[in-house]
Design a protein around this ligand. Sequence first.
Ligand code: HEM
Length: 180
Amino acid sequence: MINAIDPTAYPGINGFLGTRASIMLDVVFVAMFAVLAVMAWSIYLVRYRQQYVLHKRIQLILGLVLLVTVTAFEVDMRLTEWELRAAASPHFVQDYSSATPAAAKWGSTVGKSLLVHLSFAVPTFALWVFVIIQGLRHFPNPPRPAPYSNRHKLWGRLAAFGMTMTSLTGWVFYYLAFVA
Ligand code: HEM
């Protein structure tokens, strides 16, 4: 029987931040700070320094890093049953008797915060794929301003906003589920 209070009793490897989260959740939690900082730097470089080639390289590497991280994160969330690690949170399910387990889970504050997070994460993922593919197709190589610029700026800013919101809502979910 798993004791939700004992952090050594969870399945999977414990994280390094000293919370109830698994190692993958901690990796993603920390990685998102780096992703936001590097993305801000990349947009600064293209906007104020006209470093188009560097911007392209950074965004392609960020896209790859995100793809790997998100895949590892998804696998981890499914394999290690994050619900067991969230069970001790006062914001997770307190009373299973009144509803089905699924309804109780998604109705809890933790469940709702995960839904809010996913409602940013899923469209943002699609947006990044779109912005990168369209950028590669419509900008010359090496990249420089082109007739496509205005559309790229619009979608690029939306993609950057989506990533910022994905990180913020992810951190809120992490706190509610694994710290509180
Ligand atoms: C998800 C990936 C990407 C994001 C979020 C992104 C974001 C942005 C943003 C916000 C700007 C406008 C900066 C400003 O306010 O002036 C911009 C400019 C630019 N980006 Fe990207 N970008 C991405 C990928 C790419 C790729 C793959 C390429 C090249 C193939 C590229 C080439 C450019 C160029 C050439 C500009 C300058 C446009 C101009 O000033 O006329 N970007 N990007």
